[in-house]
Design a protein. Structure first.
Length: 527
């Protein structure tokens, strides 16, 4: 379906990929993985024809239909469902033709449009679009809302639905789970498993890659290597390859030393001249196996809280919501030191409302909220990354929090969050989304909280940073409440789960697999 022949790709002065020789086939679901900046998104741009190869060839099947998610959504007056239907370009074209024919009172044209709609199963387009919107978390009452009325995150979901609506042979998805909640991620996973074409997806969600992927394309140090299997299989294969490479390197180095020793010892000896020359030739023919270069491992940490009272905060028969609109009723919820709670529930059910109520960002509508006077909150909201100050460096952000602290102390702290050297003084305007999220978490850690309330903390974080965050949270001695679509993170960190659904907050007696089963049963009952 698509192949790369001695393919090289450059962005500006930087050579991202070279000597790529890979063929990808119909029916494959390929996860494109690698560290940030290795060229994943640029590779997608090359497939879409937005950038040209530096050298080599990128060959695609004739008439290959490629669907991808648009990066921007205009502020349109169109209803959400009409916007999604327009993703099926053929149906959209027929509808436009019918509209024009009716305006011109061309009844033959109208009849031809009706016939064409029947041939392409266009009459079920609205129903298909509705199912996509429902799966991605849009309640039925929002389907007729104008696109312009949705926030940025919801417009990303609309773009995703529109891409899924488009008839395609190949689907390109760049971080499709970033603006989804767990329920929508689970739904998308099931949808993609039924997709008949070839899928390429960039994702930092290892559970998603494991659930969907049949192959992994690993970009590293300017190379691209294809592995068969899911992400966990790729990790095992790569680990074994690196182990074998290091063994081969050490063996070769030992042979090199032995040959060189003989050459140095006998090169001037007439009796041993032929043997020495033979070893020179052998030395020249050695493969030149490279040593395995250890990638810098990211390690972060949350310092122990100054104080850690046993009972931290409690909601007693609380009604929570916005203004006079009640979202949650009679909530009984408390946090003790060491609690690790994951919040589960359908989109819009009130998970963020509960978190904001615990923080005190939302006033309670009824009931009682109490907190220990020594409670120190660390709150990461979905808008936290956007709240960083443009034009300021990481050190300047810390100076706003702790003005009397020395620059060296700031630098030592930021170095532990992978902002080493001059990175601590760079303007955040040039930071990637992942770097901004990492800085936002660092600013929270500086305050030494004893309660962490984390609402989707992994958006924009790569796999290495997610692993580092999971490790740091797993040894954090305070209490944690987390909302996350990353099943790997929430499964490693959280020990108990609470379900937010139908206006109630209740402890869920089960794990994430059982929650996925509950979602499926709920969906089948609603159908």
């Amino acid at each position: 379906m698509i192949s790369f022949r001695n393919f090289a790709l450059r962005r500006g002065e930087r050579l991202l990929l070279s000597k790529v020789d890979i063929a990808l086939h119909a029916g494959w679901r390929v996860g494109v993985v690698g560290r940030n900046g290795c060229g994943k998104t640029s590779l997608f741009a090359a497939i879409l024809g937005e950038v040209e190869a530096d050298s080599g060839d990128l060959e695609k099947s004739p008439k290959l239909r490629i669907a991808s998610v648009a990066q921007e959504t205009p502020s349109l007056p169109d209803a959400a469902i009409d916007f999604v239907v327009s993703g099926d370009t053929e149906v959209h074209a027929v509808l436009k033709a019918e509209e024009a024919a009716m305006a011109a009172e061309d009844w033959d044209g109208v009849a031809a449009a009706h016939q064409r709609m029947a041939e392409i199963n266009g009459y079920d387009a609205t129903a298909r679009a509705g199912k996509l919107l429902h799966g991605l978390g849009f309640p039925a009452e929002t389907h007729q809302r104008a696109v312009s009325e949705f926030s940025g995150g919801w417009r990303v979901r609309l773009n995703l639905a529109r891409a899924l609506m488009m008839p395609s042979d190949m689907l390109l998805l760049d971080e499709p789970t970033n603006h989804l909640d767990l329920d929508a991620v689970l739904w998308l996973e099931q949808w993609l498993l039924k997709y008949p074409g070839m899928l390429m997806m960039i994702s930092h969600d290892r559970e998603f890659l494991d659930g969907v992927g049949t192959h992994m394309l690993h970009l590293h140090d300017g190379t691209a290597k294809l592995y068969s299997g899911d992400y966990t299989s790729f990790e095992r294969q790569r680990s074994e390859q690196l182990r074998q490479q290091q063994i081969a390197f050490e063996k070769e180095q030992a042979e090199r030393a032995h040959l060189q020793s003989f050459i140095d010892r006998f090169k001037a000896s007439a009796a041993k001249a032929k043997q020495a020359q033979s070893r020179v030739k052998r030395l020249a023919k050695l493969a030149g196996t490279e040593a395995v270069r250890a990638e810098r491992e990211i390690r972060i940490s949350f310092a122990d809280p100054v104080k850690l009272p046993n009972s931290l905060t409690r909601l007693n028969k609380v009604d929570a919501g916005y203004g006079e609109v009640r979202i949650l009723g009679k909530v009984g919820f408390g946090l003790e030191a060491g609690d690790r709670i994951g919040l589960l529930g359908p989109n819009g059910a009130g998970k963020s409302t509960l978190v904001k109520t615990l923080v005190g960002e939302l006033p309670i509508l009824a009931g009682e909220r109490s907190a220990h006077p020594d409670m120190e909150l660390g709150y990461f909201a979905q808008h936290t990354v956007e709240s960083l100050h443009e034009g300021q460096s990481p050190i300047e952000h810390l100076r706003d929090i702790a003005p009397g602290t020395s620059v060296q102390e700031f630098r030592d702290f930021l170095g532990r969050w992978n902002f080493a050297g001059n990175r601590a003084f760079e303007n955040v305007d040039g930071f990637s989304g992942g770097e901004r999220a990492r800085l936002a978490l660092a600013l929270i850690a500086w305050r030494k909280p004893n309660v962490l309330l984390l609402d989707e903390p992994t958006n924009h974080l790569d796999l290495e940073m997610r692993e580092a965050l999971a490790e740091a949270l797993s040894i954090f001695p305070g209490a944690i409440v987390m909302v996350s679509h990353d099943r790997h993170l929430i499964g490693l960190v959280c020990e108990t789960f609470w379900r937010v659904s139908d206006g109630k907050v209740e402890e869920f007696k089960g794990d994430l697999d059982e929650y996925a089963a509950w979602l499926k049963s709920r969906a089948s009952k609603a159908a």
